[in-house]
Design a protein around this ligand. Structure first.
Ligand code: AMP
Ligand code: ZN
Length: 112
């Protein structure tokens, strides 16, 4: 499968891990939109949050959000934003589930 995040998870494309365990990987976004911009993803391929929900893996879902919120708290003591772009209209460009962790500046609302 030609999935860039599967290749990163497998070590075929180098990306220094900010966090890694046996289920979840966090890396720095290559095109950061905030002073801290991390991507937290499962090692296993799920296209998006709907696919993970369909897979009914509650433990992995919980782990994903636990890691994302811990990184958000660590890098954004004053607050942070978690984003999951989903599908074309949601702005998703890489079809391997990931949570954006944005921190280090005040965020505006609404998003574009
Ligand atoms: P999304 O548009 O929500 O699917 O997010 C995909 C994100 O992946 C974008 O913010 C890209 O900048 C980021 N990205 C794409 N390729 C890489 C890569 N090789 N390493 C790190 N981040 C990447
Ligand atoms: Zn993948």
């Amino acid at each position: 499968m030609e999935c860039i995040f599967c290749k990163i998870a497998a070590g075929e494309i180098p990306a220094p891990p900010v966090y890694r365990d046996d289920e979840v990987l966090a890396i720095a976004d290559i095109n950061p939109q905030a002073p801290t911009h991390l991507l937290v993803m499962p090692l296993a391929h799920h296209a998006n949050i709907g696919a993970l929900s369909d897979a009914d893996d509650a433990a992995l879902t919980a782990k994903l959000f636990a890691v994302a919120s811990q990184l958000g708290r660590q890098h954004g003591p004053g607050g942070y934003r978690l984003v999951m772009n989903t599908g074309g209209d949601g702005g998703q460009t890489v079809d391997h589930l990931h949570v954006h962790v944005l921190a280090g500046r005040a965020m505006s609302w609404p998003p574009g």
